[in-house]
Design a protein around this ligand. Structure first.
Ligand code: 13P
Ligand code: SF4
Length: 314
């Protein structure tokens, strides 16, 4: 069954000149048929450079929106319109606007995990792959707001010695991981190296041997002489880790033995069948007004340009 679905996806992809972009948190079957797998930074760059006529984005809604903002004349489709993000949802437009207006001297750095509307209220966008460098690119005395992830923002404050004002948002997946459980696992598996995503809370990050974006984690594992890893992020990443490192061992950090709590319920809405339906029917299309595209594009372009200038992307 799946072989037929995959063959049909490949045929339609070619026929329609479509490109499939997939985030590391997608199910293994989708990662395996994607043209590009990456973290948010890498996928935004791919989206900005593609010559395909259709972009099928296998991730969540804000990622599809970003691809559309960067490619207003192209058709951007996603397999499931309900694939949202708790972090993006934790930052409603009107509330954030009032917060920003209450701090007129502050510039706003927003994590890419936010809606297009929030992007219009931002001076620059960042991802976990470039956040540190972008924060440091501002003069030390420039007051900054960081939204919407308080965990990533807090981590950046500790790393850079800044005192950015933090919006109180979190990712429901990373928020569930506790230092208590990580410590238990560390005692059970003392020869494992802990790598963590900066969306984890401070007490989990304190225990980590390495902290980075999904792509940075994949790179770290590949280049490391260590062979055993505890992984503190969404479970989908383990597929690439195992594929690229067949001789290394991985344990995904959960909150309890065997729970599926670090599956992102949104990322996991996408299936191969939905990908096929999406390509066939060219649904579900991301549609944004011209005004929203023009306003939300500026801080994303600023991010891509600064990231290039800083040598973080080519
Ligand atoms: P990165 O892939 O940029 O590390 O982000 C993780 C994430 O939460 C995406 O939703
Ligand atoms: Fe959003 Fe967290 Fe899911 Fe990423 S893992 S899409 S931040 S809810």
């Amino acid at each position: 069954m799946n072989t037929d679905v995959v063959a049909e996806i490949m045929r339609l992809k070619k026929e329609k000149n479509a490109v499939i972009l997939a985030h590391y948190y997608q199910i293994p079957e989708i990662q395996d048929i994607a043209d590009y797998i990456g973290d948010s930074l890498n996928l935004s760059q791919r989206a900005s450079e593609t010559t395909a006529e259709i972009i099928l984005f296998c991730g969540v809604h804000f990622m599809g929106e970003t691809a559309k903002i960067l490619n207003p004349t192209k058709k951007v489709i996603i397999p499931d319109l309900n694939a949202g993000c708790s972090l993006a949802d934790s930052c409603p437009y009107e509330e954030f606007k009032s917060f920003r207006n209450a701090h007129p001297n502050h510039l706003v750095i927003s994590y890419i995990n936010c809606s297009a509307q929030i992007k219009t209220l931002s001076d620059i966008i960042c991802t976990s792959g470039n956040a540190r460098e972008l924060v440091e690119s501002f003069p030390k005395d420039q007051p900054l707001i960081f939204a919407p992830d308080k965990n990533l923002g807090g981590y950046l404050n500790r790393l850079t010695g800044r005192n950015m004002l933090l919006w109180n948002g979190t990712c429901m997946v990373h928020e569930l991981l506790t230092a208590e459980h990580v410590l238990k696992l560390k005692m059970q598996y003392p020869d494992y190296c802990l790598i963590a995503h900066p969306e984890c809370n401070a007490s989990v990050l304190e225990l980590a041997n390495f902290i980075g974006s999904t792509q940075a984690m994949v790179k770290y594992v590949k280049n490391s002489s260590q062979t055993k890893f505890l992984i503190a992020t969404e479970s989908g990443i383990v597929h690439q880790l195992r594929k690229e490192n067949p001789n290394k061992e991985f344990i995904i950090v959960t909150t309890d033995e065997g729970c599926a709590c670090n599956d992102c319920q949104y990322m996991k809405l996408n299936t191969l069948e939905k990908v096929l339906y999406s390509l066939k029917t060219e649904q579900y299309e991301i549609k944004l007004s011209e005004e929203l595209i023009n306003q939300s594009k500026k801080p994303i372009i600023r991010m891509l340009e600064k990231s290039k200038a800083l040598g973080l992307i080519k």
